[in-house]
Each structure stands twice: as C-alpha cells, then as structure tokens.
Design a protein around this ligand. Structure first.
Ligand SMILES: C[S@@+](CC[C@H](N)C(=O)[O-])C[C@H]1O[C@@H](n2cnc3c(N)ncnc32)[C@H](O)[C@@H]1O
Length: 367
C-alpha cells in the first residue's frame, strides 16, 4: 500500500470508527470513542488522531480515569494517550473526558506492548505514567507482570531522551522487581537521589491508590527518566503485506471442507495460529474459519474465508470482518490451511497465489 493510500485508509477508518462506536454506545448517552491497534496506521499518526502536533504523554492502565483527566488538565499543551485493556474502564474514563470537554485526550483499547511496538515510532514519547500495574500476586502468575527488563527496553526505545517515567506501586514483591529492573536497565536514571520516594506531593490519588491507602498499604513512587543510551534491540514495527489470496481447485465442495474442519494449532517461535471453528453461510455457502493469530506483541482475531467461483475454482482470502490487517502471520495462516487441504486432497492444484514471506515457495502456478 502506498503512503497516500495508507493515509486515506486511516482517515476513512477514523470516520467509520467514530460513527460505529458512537452508534454502539448511544445507549449510554456518550459519543466518546476509543480506538484499537488494528484501526490505526502502523505507526500511528498521532498528530492527525489528536488534531495537532504536540508532546505525547502516555498513561498505561488508567483504570477509572481519575489520574488521566487530571493529567489532561495539568498538561493542556500535551497530547494525552490513555491505554486500557478493560472495556468498563474505557467507558468510565470516556464519560469523564467527555463531561469535562477535554480535547487533548485519546483512549486506546490496547495493551501496552502492542501500543508501544506497533503504534509508536522510536524516540517519540515525552513521558509515561504507570500507576499501580496489576501485581499478579500468585507466585506462578508473576511472569504476567507488565514491568520487567524487556518491557523497559521497549519503552525506552520509544521514548525521547529525558522523557519521564513515573511508576507507582503498593505491592512489596512487585516493588522489589521494579526496583531491580530499573537499577539494572542501562536506559533510565532516577530524577531524584533515590530509587523511589514514599510521597509524591500534589499528585491526584488514583482510585486504586485510595483503596491501598485506606487498607494501610504504603505506595512507592518511582520518578525516573530516559537517558541517551541507544537501545540495543530494534523492536521493529510489524509490516503489512498485500491482501493474501489463493485460487485453487480440488475435488471437494465447500460443505465437505467445512465438515472435515477440526480446530488445530500451528506454532513456531514467533507466531502462534489457532484455527478455532468453521462457520458456513446459509446465504451463499461461504466458509468462514475463525482464526486467532499471535505475532510478537500483536493478536488478531480474524476470519479466513473460502468461497467458490462460478468457474468451480475455490478462493481463500481474508474476510472483511472487523479490521483485519494482512500481516505475515495472516499469510502464514492461509499457507497452513493450504497445507492442510493438500494433505486431505493430494490432487489439489493451485491456480494463483500471492502468499508472501516464508511461504513464498508455495506453488505459484497458472494453468
Ligand atoms: C490495578 S489497576 C490500576 C488502575 C489505575 N491505574 C489506578 O491506579 O486506579 C491496573 C489497570 O491496568 C490495566 N492493565 C493491565 N494490563 C495492562 C496492559 N498490558 N496494558 C494496558 N493496561 C493494562 C488493567 O485493566 C487495570 O485497569
């Protein structure tokens, strides 16, 4: 896709998303919208999303949005981007932003890893707050915690030199982990003489913080900043390929393929593809294969479609459900479906394919 197409697509998507989201939440008397990673260009064009070019400040996991709206009021000259994975929190915060008429806030329904790696270009973030990240208190869940060495490297790669990083936690074990990671990372330094502070005067208490204080837990406030050390890892932004399709012939109907379908998983070190279920349309007989694709920080839940042409040939492509993005993982998923069909029907003939990436060697025949 050329740049102009990509920009036009982002603009179109934005209009459609605003309309659709507005429609969906009308019942709640709110017109505030939030975005998902797959609805924006990669990297995102923050200036066009916010309607102006301004320093970008993130709050990761904003919860009820109390701190986020205060940020927006304290930094009217910054673009404030709130990230949350919880829909009730997005609704709650969206209502607050709307009620207060704050024009410098955008909300993303996205997790921190995918937002940083997929949407943010290197050295573009002016500051980030992470208030009370989920502590995952059970021992065998601690690997689910957001803040570790790899996450700090990713965050550092997206931050401008001297960008601030403020973290708060009330959880002793997580605090030990955060302390160790910050003291070990080469990319950040403390803005105070200490690793963390016990007070942060003038700060709005988040909802979680109010509960922690009421229950007698004492927070630690980490006030750090990015230094000038270049980040060793590249954390590259995933690329989009062409819209994949394969035209093929085989001695079976779509109904039969649908009946043969069984859920299965294909995985290697970078990608995990789960074929979940096959659904057939009453209307035109198309088969829709629900597929989850995890590629690094990205997770897409898409439909792969098998339909027949009047000529009798079959076509596999991406279904236009949601906002599917043609990544390498999607090309690989279609290649895996073709491998399965070839096992079931050794006489399968590929008429045309544009599959790319590792599967470029899939037969590219025309006859
Ligand atoms: C313990 S709550 C704290 C909420 C808020 N910051 C506060 O202090 O009241 C953690 C929040 O982080 C959100 N969260 C968890 N993992 C996340 C991730 N990977 N990216 C973005 N938000 C996340 C959760 O949905 C939850 O709302």
């Amino acid at each position: 896709m050329c740049m102009d197409d990509a920009t036009a697509r982002q603009a179109d998507i934005r209009v459609v998303v605003r309309r659709v989201a507005r429609h969906h939440i009308m019942g709640e008397m709110s017109s505030f919208v939030w975005y998902k990673v797959e609805q924006l260009s990669w990297p995102a064009d923050w200036a066009s999303l916010f309607g102006r070019d301004a320093p970008l400040i993130l709050e990761i996991g904003f919860g009820s949005g109390l701190f986020l709206v205060d940020l927006a009021r304290r930094f009217p000259d910054a673009n404030i981007l709130g990230l949350e994975i919880s829909i009730p929190s997005l609704r709650n915060a969206g209502r607050k932003v709307e009620r207060m008429g704050l024009a410098n806030v955008s909300l993303l329904q996205a997790d921190a890893w995918s937002t940083l790696q997929v949407l943010c270009e290197p050295a573009t973030i002016a500051g980030a707050y992470i208030n009370y990240p989920d502590p995952w208190p059970k021992k065998d869940h601690s690997n689910r915690r957001l803040i570790d060495g790899a996450f700090l490297s990713l965050l550092a790669s997206r931050m401008q030199p001297e960008a601030f990083l403020d973290i708060a936690t009330d959880h002793d074990d997580y605090a030990e982990q955060i302390t160790a990671c910050l003291e070990r990372t080469p990319y950040f330094q403390s803005r105070t003489n200490h690793t963390f502070e016990r007070e942060d005067e003038g700060r709005v208490r988040t909802k979680y913080e109010q509960v922690a204080l009421a229950e007698g837990r004492s927070p630690r406030y980490y006030k750090w900043q990015r230094n000038a050390v270049p980040v060793a890892e590249s954390f590259s932004i995933p690329k989009e390929l062409s819209m994949p399709h394969v035209v093929f012939r085989l001695p079976a109907t779509i109904d039969r393929i649908g009946r043969q379908f069984r859920p299965w998983v294909v995985a290697d070190e970078s990608t995990r593809i789960r074929f979940i279920e096959a659904y057939q349309s009453f209307h035109d007989g198309k088969l829709l294969i629900e597929t989850y694709i995890h590629e690094g920080p990205l997770m897409q839940r898409i439909g792969l479609e098998i339909r027949s042409r009047a000529s009798g040939e079959l076509v596999i492509s991406m279904a236009e459900v949601g906002f599917p993005r043609p990544t390498q993982g999607v090309h690989r998923a279609i290649a895996a479906l073709m491998d399965w069909l070839r096992e079931e029907y050794p006489s399968l003939v590929i008429v045309q394919t544009n599959l790319q990436g590792e599967h470029a060697d899939t037969p590219n025949k025309r006859n």
